[in-house]
Design a protein around this ligand. Structure first.
Ligand SMILES: C[S@@+](CC[C@H](N)C(=O)[O-])C[C@H]1O[C@@H](n2cnc3c(N)ncnc32)[C@H](O)[C@@H]1O
Length: 364
């Protein structure tokens, strides 16, 4: 028998808009160093969600974005592994040439009304030794003070100017830190009203939703939903969420957590191997592994094999719309390939010495 819980409140969050006046500008985004490959994949996936094309050039952990509208608001609100982003104010092949690219007009337009500033250099891929970075900071600081009459404030600057120094380029930008990263820390499983050790953490949940292209108003399924770590993040992105779990007590916990984020949800007790839900827009999940979650004596791989067999009917949206995370020992990718699907991304992330997780996207 299938038991279910439902809360069908209509939920139409506002879309993010971009300005069109910044058409000639470039933007830079600096991603976290924790899981660099995952962070890059997440940013690329988030950029694909925008309606306009973005060309991305990577300099180590720095992405320089060429596009016709300002994507920073959307990216900083959405991407869990982005640390900061800003408008490119000047760019030169090497740090000593940067001063010549700094124009008063560009600064006045994009750092308007600010009276104090600080410069924070950041070497990328061995861009410049530490002692030389201090020289760059001093020289640029003097130049900007003279040009714009701003005062240096190291403790509380109104404008934080970041200088990214890579062997191939040097870029100065007015940087804005990510607020989302702090919000995600406040949404970790231990801070939710219902907690279970098997729950997916908020940061990885958000990254996986981004990799699967979870969109505002779309339907997202987690067929091993547990306490709804993933579904809470999907709901906060504006998706309608559907959770399946074999254990009623986990669904009861999921309901508590989903209610807290005011999600539009449907929870169904069932077996992911014969998934009672079809035609979703995206699937984001982590099957049980390790001691934290129960498999009722079944092998995790069999659970995934059973689920993946029906993936075509469970997910209706074509493209990279499925993201699964498992222990690397499980061999997720092989199961997916054997079922005849194409892998989009296959990224290993080290959790601790005994556990390497694998995040895999499937192209339908
Ligand atoms: C790792 S936890 C899931 C965590 C969850 N995805 C989240 O975002 O917090 C795995 C869940 O799979 C459930 N489970 C185990 N066997 C299952 C099956 N055959 N069908 C559906 N759910 C199952 C367990 O009850 C457990 O809640």
């Amino acid at each position: 028998m299938i038991r279910s819980m439902v809360n069908c409140r209509e939920f139409f969050p506002e879309g993010t808009t971009s300005t069109s006046s910044d058409w000639s500008l470039r933007y830079c985004v600096y991603v976290s160093g924790e899981h660099v490959e995952l962070a890059k994949a997440e940013l690329e996936a988030v950029c694909r969600l925008l309606i306009y094309d973005i060309d991305i050039t990577w300099y180590g952990r720095l992405a320089v974005l060429d596009c016709t509208a300002n994507p920073l608001g959307f990216i900083l609100e959405r991407a869990a592994l982005v640390q900061e982003g800003g408008i490119v104010l000047g760019e030169a092949p090497s740090p000593d040439l940067l001063v010549d690219t700094i124009s008063e007009e560009v600064f006045r337009q994009h750092v308007p009304g600010k009276k104090t500033f600080a410069i924070r250099p950041q070497a990328l891929e061995g861009g410049l030794p530490r002692n030389e970075r201090v020289g760059v900071e001093t020289e640029l600081g003097k130049h900007i003070q003279g040009l714009l009459g701003l005062e240096v404030s190291l403790d509380n600057p109104a404008a934080l100017l970041r200088v990214f120094i890579h062997p191939k380029t040097t870029i100065i930008c007015d940087s804005e830190p990510s607020v989302l990263r702090r919000l995600l820390r406040g949404r970790e499983p231990g801070r939710k009203p219902f907690f279970h050790p098997s729950m997916m953490n908020a940061t990885l949940s958000r990254v996986m939703c981004n990799l699967a292209g979870v969109s505002d108003g779309g339907t997202v399924l987690d067929p091993f939903c547990g306490g709804a770590g993933i579904l809470c993040e999907a709901a906060l992105l504006g998706a309608r969420v559907v959770g399946v779990d074999s254990q009623w007590k986990m669904l009861v916990g999921a309901r508590v957590n989903l209610s807290q984020v005011e999600a539009d949800y449907l929870l169904v007790q069932g077996d992911a191997r014969s998934c009672p839900v079809i035609a979703c827009d995206a699937l984001v999940t982590d099957p049980p592994y390790g001691r934290a979650s129960s498999t009722r004596g079944l092998h995790s791989l069999d659970l995934i094999t059973g689920l993946v067999r029906n993936l075509d009917s469970i997910v209706r949206q074509r493209g990279e719309s499925t993201c699964i995370c498992g222990s690397q020992k499980m061999g997720l990718s092989e199961v997916i390939r054997e079922a005849g699907f194409t892998i989009g991304r296959e990224i290993g992330i080290r959790v601790h010495s005994g556990l390497v997780r694998e995040v895999v996207t499937v192209v339908l």
